[in-house]
Design a protein around this ligand. Structure first.
Ligand SMILES: O=C(O)CCC(=O)C(=O)O
Ligand SMILES: [Fe+2]
Length: 238
């Protein structure tokens, strides 16, 4: 269900579920369970992406480091009314569970997530009323602090729902059509088109939490390192 409680529908046959090994030895014994949620923008939901134990570990590791979340504002990062949550960054060296998660993200996406091609794992906690109003994950200005890593813009997002209870009203929403919030699942989408331009269709939001709290973990993957993994399309406008 999305913010408005409307049921999820699969209106076209191209939106389907499949097991994916992606040519990765890591996924041979336990393929990823992919549900294609939308095509434009492309959004996939990977069911059972983390175990309950991994989700608990991620929250426990992040807990002591949580600080009010910031957003990019000009060349700086600052607090904003439109993003109410706390967050913390976890390096893959923080715990073997984080390293395992990174390997799984790399296997499932087929992308290079080693530093500096991806940011550390950002663990986010929303309390009552916490939310994130419509925004893009990629930089929309050349001056954005996102470019400090010198590895280009954020080409893709992997967002893992590590919450025990994600209320319907805390679902993440893409321009009205819901990205379902499902415990232990991971949502994947491309923020940029193949030509590197920001995809305006990826505008999305986190609805306010009405009961309990909500946790997600974001992995932002950058353009550099993916040149041969996601090459440009045949037409410049792709
Ligand atoms: O919490 C959500 O559902 C969305 C979070 C998000 O979009 C972000 O952290 O960039
Ligand atoms: Fe976002």
């Amino acid at each position: 269900a999305d913010c408005r409680g409307e049921p999820r529908r699969h209106p076209t046959p191209s939106l389907r579920c499949s097991y994916e090994t992606n040519g990765s030895p890591y996924l041979l014994l336990q393929p990823a369970k992919r549900e294609t949620v939308r095509l434009q923008p492309y959004v996939a939901l990977y069911h059972d992406f983390v175990s309950d134990a991994e989700a608990e570990t991620v929250k426990a590791l992040a807990g002591p480091w949580l600080q009010r979340s910031v957003v990019a504002s000009g060349e700086k990062q600052q607090k904003a009314e439109y993003r109410i949550s706390k967050s913390a960054w976890l390096k893959d060296t923080a715990d073997p569970a984080v390293a395992a998660l990174e390997r799984r993200i790399a296997a499932v996406t087929g992308l290079d997530v080693r530093a500096p091609y991806a940011e550390y794992l950002q663990v986010v906690n929303y309390g009552l009323g916490g939310h994130y109003e419509p925004h893009f994950d990629h930089a929309t200005s050349g001056k954005s602090p996102l470019y400090r890593m010198k590895s280009g813009n954020r080409i893709a997002t992997v967002m893992i729902y590590v919450s025990a209870c994600v209320s319907a009203a805390a679902a993440s929403v893409f321009r009205g059509a819901g990205g379902p919030a499902l415990q232990n699942a991971a949502l994947f989408w491309w923020n940029l088109r193949r030509n590197g331009a920001g995809d305006g269709d990826t505008l999305h939001a986190a609805c306010p939490v009405l009961a309990g709290d909500k946790w997600v973990a974001n992995k932002w993957i950058h353009e550099h390192g993916q040149e041969f993994r996601r090459p440009c399309g045949p037409r410049p406008e792709d």
